[in-house]
Write a protein that binds this ligand. Structure first.
Ligand code: KG4
Ligand code: ZN
Length: 400
């Protein structure tokens, strides 16, 4: 079954073709980063206009390049939410029009649920690559697990083959979704059954990187720039605040939730003490130390909370719960390095970078599992605040 995926929730116009929910035929992304960089962040109206201009030509170009016609496509999948409403609308209305005109089923997909499913999708070259760290089972990591990062090629199917590789994760697993718009810990029981264990109360992790980069004058998008600048820096040079963990936060429900605004304020205070962005720019070693300290605080926060969520999900007698780290911030190399320190003995899976940042392959991939009887619902609307496909629970309550 070949699904055409469309993703326009933020600032990437993305189109993909995915067979049977996992084998990527095409994974094309037109990034708008250059359009937004001058403003230090995504300008919603600019994003919508760019999607409008690029989406249809991209769909044509992707199909032409792959020699795929509408007869070959079995369904159209689109991100319904969450995201920027104007940006989402371009994708949803385009998908509706195409599905209706071509008489194809239309499948609406939750953007973050698709990120959480992204480890199950093969890379665009047809291989099925995962970066796997740690290890509690050799099926995923192979010999030598638990020490260094290994990029695992699970199977390279023949162009027309449909060998389904061994699944990279065992259900239930915990997903840490970290991007510019989201920071969530989610228990994933099935592609259509996910339970939110923690969310951010203020900034998302990627947003924290972006805002910090702006404060110190690095530019946009912040995450990759902070990571590059932090290289060689001392992560212990500046004592920035760490999170309160569930169980030490008076047992209140929601203690697993994230909050990055305090960290951002603390970093801004340190910066002022150092003389501001100009003083920092004049001293590259100092700038590297501040970036490394900030990055370390974010990584430690994410992984220590993930450790609690994993412990909550463990079942006596079953192998340890696995973690999937997904979303743009999952590209961060320090986050991968820190896994062995904060999550010893756990299998942690990172999709390849092109499946971490926004893409439509994950949309088409998850859609395969959500396909119902079919049909094209012309009343489908974008849903900027779309809820997860499950009832959220306050996971931390279970610790007490
Ligand atoms: O998943 P994504 O492409 O879009 C959203 O759904 O938001 O994530 C983009 C975010 C940005 O905030 C960007 O700064 C962050 O991911 N990011 C990184 C890295 N690469 C991208 N953050 C930290 N380190 C990186 N290497
Ligand atoms: Zn995303």
């Amino acid at each position: 079954m070949l699904i055409l995926g469309i993703e326009t929730s933020c600032d990437e116009t993305a189109v993909a073709l995915v067979h049977d929910g996992w084998r990527c035929v095409a994974n094309d992304v037109a990034s708008q980063v250059k359009l937004h960089a001058a403003f230090g962040g995504v300008v919603p109206e600019t994003a919508s206009r760019a999607h409008l201009r690029w989406l249809l030509p991209m769909i044509d170009a992707t199909m032409d390049r792959c020699g795929v016609t509408w007869d070959d496509i079995d369904a159209v999948a689109v991100t319904r939410g969450p995201g920027l409403v104007g940006a989402l609308l371009v994708g949803v209305e385009t998908a509706k029009a195409l599905a209706w005109a071509r008489r194809k089923p239309l499948i609406a997909v939750h953007h973050v649920a698709a990120h959480l499913h992204s480890p199950f999708v093969s890379a665009a070259d047809g291989s099925y690559r995962l970066i796997t760290l740690g290890g509690d089972d050799d099926a995923v990591t192979g010999p030598g697990a638990g020490i260094a990062a290994t990029e695992t090629v699970m199977a390279i199917p023949a162009p027309d083959g449909d060998t389904l590789p061994a699944p990279p994760l065992r259900y239930p697993y915990v997903g840490l979704a970290v991007s510019g718009g989201h920071t969530s810990l989610v228990r994933v029981d099935a592609p259509d059954r996910m339970t939110v264990m923690a969310e951010t109360l203020d900034d998302a992790a990627g947003e924290a990187f972006d805002k910090f980069a702006k404060i110190i004058g690095l530019g946009y998008p912040g995450g990759p720039l902070v990571e590059a600048t932090a290289r060689g820096g001392d992560p212990a040079r500046f004592a920035l605040p760490r999170p309160k963990l569930a169980g030490s936060a008076n047992g209140r429900p929601g203690a697993l939730d994230f909050s990055f605004s305090g960290l951002k304020t603390a970093a801004a205070t340190v910066l002022r003490g150092l003389g501001g962005p100009d003083a920092l720019a004049a001293d590259p070693a100092l700038r590297a130390d501040l970036c490394a300290s900030f990055q370390e605080a974010v990584c430690e926060t994410l992984l220590r909370k993930a450790a609690v969520a994993l412990a909550l999900t463990d079942t006596p007698g079953a192998p340890p719960t696995q973690l999937a780290v997904v979303g743009g911030v999952a590209c961060n190399g320090r986050l991968r390095e820190a896994v062995s320190r904060y999550l010893p003995g756990r299998t942690v899976v990172f999709p390849p970078p092109e499946l971490c940042t926004d893409n439509a392959a994950m949309i088409a991939g998850l859609a395969y599992h959500l396909r119902g009887a079919g049909g094209c619902d012309l009343t489908l609307d974008a849903d900027p605040g779309m809820e997860f496909p499950a009832v959220p629970v306050a996971a931390a309550a279970a610790i007490d």
